[in-house]
Design a protein around this ligand. Structure first.
Ligand code: SF4
Length: 214
């Protein structure tokens, strides 16, 4: 295969065929604020677990302004099944207040504004931009992406921002949302941090880390 770009075209084609249901976030949400909350809650928690708690949370707090007068402990009953729920509750309330104070209670669309919000890093900002607004300023890189991208492209770094910058050089912009979801799907399915199931991987003939004899 000639270049990283050519290889990426093949990778994306095969992963889309293998994981067609993964071409958007699995988190359930009705508006950009709910997606921001769900994404904040999903750090180190499974999306399915987050989707179990958000319906009651969003029913109790239908608007961003409903969080403004709350204390983090008020959110605990809704999110306590998730890891780091104390910290997440604190950040959600801080985020609501920040967005209220600075953006008139509307989730901003731009990366430099999103990453100013308490508890929001580039990964969360990318998820919100891509899925809620269809804007692609970057590629969201989570721990699955780090594992899989290192095996597929031999980046040899665990720095998410470095991986994002390298991938933005050769992944076509129109695929920046898809590539995140597809690498996560591969990372959850056969290319897990603990073990590689290369025999069952649709990329085992082109991946430099494959354990399958080519
Ligand atoms: S071939 Fe193996 S190492 Fe490469 S992406 Fe697939 S599971 Fe991961």
């Amino acid at each position: 295969m000639k270049s990283a770009k050519d290889k990426t075209t093949v990778i994306l084609r095969r992963l889309k065929k293998r994981y067609p249901e993964e071409l958007r976030t699995r988190l359930h949400y009705g508006n950009p604020w709910e997606l921001l909350v769900a994404t904040m809650l999903s750090a180190q928690s499974q999306d399915a677990q987050v989707n179990k708690v958000t319906p009651a949370l969003f029913r109790k707090y239908p608007n961003i302004n409903d969080y403004l007068g709350e204390k983090p402990t008020d959110l605990y009953p809704y999110v306590r099944t998730l890891g780091l729920y104390r910290n997440k509750s604190k950040n959600i309330i801080k985020a609501a207040r920040y967005i209220n104070d600075n953006f008139n209670s509307k989730v901003p669309r731009h990366m430099e504004q999103l990453v100013q919000i308490p508890g929001v890093g580039r990964k969360t900002a990318n998820v919100v931009q891509g899925n809620a607004f269809g804007i692609m300023e970057g590629i969201a890189i989570d721990t699955h992406c780090i594992t899989v991208a290192n095996r597929l492209f031999l980046f040899n770094t665990n720095n998410a921002e470095k991986i994002e910058n390298k991938m933005m050089e050769f992944v076509p912009k129109r695929e920046w949302i898809n590539v995140t979801h597809l690498l996560i799907a591969l990372g959850r399915d056969v290319c897990t941090a603990r073990r590689k199931y290369c025999k069952n991987c649709v990329l085992n003939d082109i991946c430099p880390s494959s354990t399958v004899n080519k």
